[in-house]
Ligand binder design. Sequence first.
Ligand code: CTP
Length: 399
Amino acid sequence: MANVVVGVTGGIAAYKSAPLIRLFAEAGHTVQVVATENAFKFIGKATLEALSKNPVFIVDPELFTDVDQVKHIAISKSADLIVVAPATASFIAKVAAGIADDLLTTTVLAATAPVVLAPAMHTEMWEAASTVQNIKTLKSRNFSIVEPGVGRLTGEDTGIGRLADPEVIFEAALACLSGPLTGYRVCVTLGGTREPIDAVRYVGNHSSGKQGIAFARAAKQLGARVQVISANVDPENLVGLDSIPVQTTQQLQSALLGQLNEIDILVMAAAVADFSLENPSTTKLKRSEIGQSLSLTLSANPDVLKEFIEKAKASSKKILTVGFAAETGGNLEALAKAKLQDKGCDFVVANDVSDGAVFGSSDNSVLLMSENSTSEYQGTKTSVALAVMSELAAKVGGL
Ligand code: CTP
């Protein structure tokens, strides 16, 4: 089920947002309402809260409060879908111009989820050159516009500009939620596992989890149900994702095996610590007691991906598996091919992490390799993830 943000702006049709919210809530979606102050001239806060079963965010007073929560971005990040109904002419103009001066416009500007706008206004305003141009601009930017209908408007007037029926908006919105991975369940492991040395120190790696998070969000965007297993990632970066937090390789393996019968695709983006201490100290080792050198004896951790693939094959469970190969130097393609065969996975996403350039960065350049195909993708981690997930979506049906 999806996290749906319903924006309500100030027009007489605001009362129709009530049945729309009810449709989403009754279909099992989580609804977060963000309403402008003007919306409350037409509909009560209590109504919106009762129907959405969540506190309503009001636009103006809320943008500059709770600054630490970065609410305008948090709402956007958690959304699988944003629907603004009714969307007034002035709100549409602001969005078209990229103006972000309140909680709703900032939420829409920062959106990575599909945005559906259901305009409602007087005929003259709908047909005004500026509105026509704004709607054209928004359509060219992939906003989905639910065209207004013809009927009674405010006062005695009749004409085009009436908010589409809630059921029509609901259906149009749901259509945006589905994609090539609708019906598929995807597990993304991400971050980096850490093996304790003592109560405060660990053996770990530089993985920020950024690329994995981008894969999880891309899979959601394409319609999948996504389970994240996150190893040592700041929970603030996981807003809107269903995540099982783990620390060690052993914990990652247990969490992943729990997904064996649940998933259709595994994206194994986590950087897994290959070795661990057999008996980490439960208290902090005192430097004064250790002296000038400390020897650690590490023993090999399981190969989580390889063992998972073996178990899936043994149980005849069809799972499309994607391993990652972070390499430094050498022939990337040859190293990726060797990893593909060693792990037994269907795909490997390979990248060159020489000089630590990729860790924590927003950009990436990867090879996506299978036994008989190689594709190259580069750009932001978000665009790379979407491109890779789209290719996987095209292949998963043929498994
Ligand atoms: N992986 C795993 N379990 C491990 C090590 C790695 O499941 N113990 C997974 C990673 O999540 C990744 C893939 O295997 O999807 C390749 O990880 P990488 O660290 O590049 O490879 P290694 O198998 O550790 O091989 P090497 O370090 O020799 O390159």
